[in-house]
Design a protein around this ligand. Structure first.
Ligand code: FE
Ligand code: FE
Length: 286
């Protein structure tokens, strides 16, 4: 097996564990101790994943990835091509019970559509995980999926497995470990560097084509410490606060649409082709 194929298999291996983990962890109404008990009981692979993620997501690492990927020089793809490209991620587990990437995207977007939300939000549901093509460029899973969090300032203890930050080299940089770190009070999330992952990447690709609430949903959908735990109030701006309800509105569709019936990709494609054409050019730079 080639290295890329190996990385590909691994990245999906964690993903099923991880999405089940967040869906359980953030179920409404949990107390702090319930969070901890939940975390302690997770499969070792999830704990192992966060150990690496928290150790490796330094400010320097993030700045490097932003420079590399925000230049959008990887390839030109239509939205549907990106979805099909993402779908080439091979899943080792039972193909009968697990959803493909396109099926997860369509379940999310179809649930949004059924609830009568605006067309741009349905489209946001359909594209929200396209940034995971990072796996196919060879990025390790800890730099693609998982909760995201600000780097360059003190870590919130509401982030999952905060104890694993002890291994992050940024812990040794005093400037990065104050409450504000390298940031100004309430500077706004737009000015904050988030741990690198699929969220920031896809939001950047579509930034000129979708309304701002959509960009917030995309960019911060894995920032649980903010949208579920209410942390980082000292960094967010009034504008971020106005946008937060949109991010929260999106989250249940991502987490809890998975039980629904498998969407029929072939049947749905023409409707989505039209929706995509309404907002996007034929090809986008990725
Ligand atoms: Fe996601
Ligand atoms: Fe998702």
């Amino acid at each position: 097996m080639t290295d890329t194929a190996m990385a590909t298999r691994n990245s999906l291996a964690i993903e099923d564990d991880w999405s089940g983990f967040v869906a359980g962890r953030y179920r409404e109404g949990k107390s702090e101790s319930e969070f901890r008990n939940y975390d302690a009981a997770v499969v070792p692979r999830v704990a192992e994943f966060y150990k690496t993620n928290h150790a490796c997501q330094t400010l320097d690492f993030v700045l490097g990835k932003e420079e590399e990927y925000f230049a959008l020089r990887k390839r030109a793809m239509s939205i549907w091509e990106a979805a099909e490209f993402l779908n080439t991620l091979v899943d080792e587990s039972d193909p009968d019970t697990d959803l493909t990437q396109i099926e997860h995207l369509l379940q999310t977007s179809e649930a949004i559509r059924k609830d009568g939300h605006p067309r741009w939000m349905v489209l946001t549901g359909f594209i929200h995980d396209l940034g995971k093509v990072l796996c196919l460029y060879g990025e390790p899973q800890w730099a693609v999926v998982g909760d995201t969090f600000p780097v360059g300032c003190a870590y919130s203890d509401t982030i999952v497995f905060p104890e694993y930050f002890a291994q992050n080299p940024d812990m040794g940089v005093a400037e990065y470990q104050t409450q504000y770190g390298i940031y100004e009070p309430n500077c706004g999330l737009n000015n904050v560097h988030m741990s690198w992952g699929h969220d920031a990447y896809v939001a950047h690709v579509v930034r000129d084509y979708l309304p701002e609430p959509a960009l917030y949903m995309l960019r911060y959908h894995s920032f649980y410490a903010w949208h579920q735990q209410g942390a980082y109030q000292h960094l967010v701006s009034d504008h971020d606060k106005e946008m937060l309800p949109w991010v929260k509105k999106f989250n249940p569709y991502d987490l809890y649409s998975k039980g629904a019936a498998k969407p029929n990709v072939k049947e749905l494609k023409p409707w989505y082709d039209e929706l995509i054409a309404e907002f996007f050019p034929d090809k986008l730079d990725w």
